[in-house]
Design a protein around this ligand. Structure first.
Ligand code: CTP
Ligand SMILES: C[C@](O)(CO)[C@H](O)COP(=O)(O)O
Length: 229
């Protein structure tokens, strides 16, 4: 399986003035955590990292320090996450039957979660890690007034990894380009292209580091102050 790591963001919501995947977390940068997991996974044959052109030198340093030998290519990303994954997908060689996409900003990927998503994708053709929504979900207008309270039943909060039959993901990205579809995750495009996507129980610990509060949480997780499946 080819494994694409999307790491070409700008970290605007982190407000640290740089790409959060290169921020230190414990003794290594955020990006090095998921790289270590895929390096150890027998399910992953090759890794493609997508990062901003200006960060490629930082990425190379992390790969060399690992050393992360499965990294086949480091490619430059695009304006939006979708553009970055599209760039990564171009680097996946056609013999690969399966492609996984993961956020570099999710350092606590586990081998067990990756195996669960791969297993489900093997049966359905596409699968994503996700958790049922726990809180009441409301829609609000620009003035902050509630316009609707949604039915929570059946709603899932989606994570990565997301695993797809390569041909499905390539087809979905080509249809997205043709029709101008945009999405915040890869599965949305695959769904829109007409393919079934299986939801697989993710892990609460598999957070996406997005804001400064998430970095505090990540440090607590690392220190063993919080852990749960
Ligand atoms: N153009 C982009 C935007 C995002 N990402 C990656 O997609 C993941 C999830 O994105 P997000 O949390 O939104 O990261 P940022 O774009 O860095 O954050 P922000 O939106 O706050 O700027 C991250 O690993 C990020 O590096 C990417 O590869 N290319
Ligand atoms: C792919 C993702 O991590 C699934 O939760 C998420 O959609 C990324 O969204 P963002 O807008 O880049 O934060």
């Amino acid at each position: 399986m080819s494994f694409i790591i999307a790491a070409a963001g700008q970290g605007r919501r982190m407000g640290a003035g740089g790409n959060k995947v290169y921020m230190p977390l414990g003794d290594k940068p955020v990006l090095a955590y998921s790289l270590a997991v895929v390096e150890a996974s027998p399910l992953v044959d090759e890794v493609i990292i997508v990062t901003r052109g200006e960060d490629i030198h930082l990425c190379r340093e992390i790969v060399a320090a690992g050393p992360f030998r499965k990294v086949k290519e480091i490619v430059a990303g695009g304006e939006e996450r979708q553009d970055s994954v599209a760039a990564g997908l171009k680097a996946v060689a056609p013999p690969a039957e399966w492609v996984a996409v993961h956020d570099g900003a999710r350092p606590f990927l586990s081998l067990a979660l990756l195996a669960r998503v791969v297993d489900a994708a093997g049966k359905t053709g596409a699968a994503v890690a996700a958790l049922p929504v726990k809180e009441t979900i409301k829609r609000g207008n620009e003035e902050g007034i509630v316009t609707a309270t949604l039915v929570r039943e059946g709603l899932w909060s989606v994570q990565t990894p997301q695993v797809f039959r390569r041909e499905w993901l390539v087809d979905a990205y080509s249809k997205a380009k043709e029709n101008g579809w945009t999405a915040t995750d890869d599965a949305s495009l695959v769904e829109k292209a007409g393919y079934p996507v299986r939801l697989v129980y993710g892990e609460e610990i598999n957070i996406k580091i997005t804001t400064p509060g998430d970095m505090i949480l990540a440090r607590a997780i690392l220190a063993g102050e919080w852990s749960c499946g």
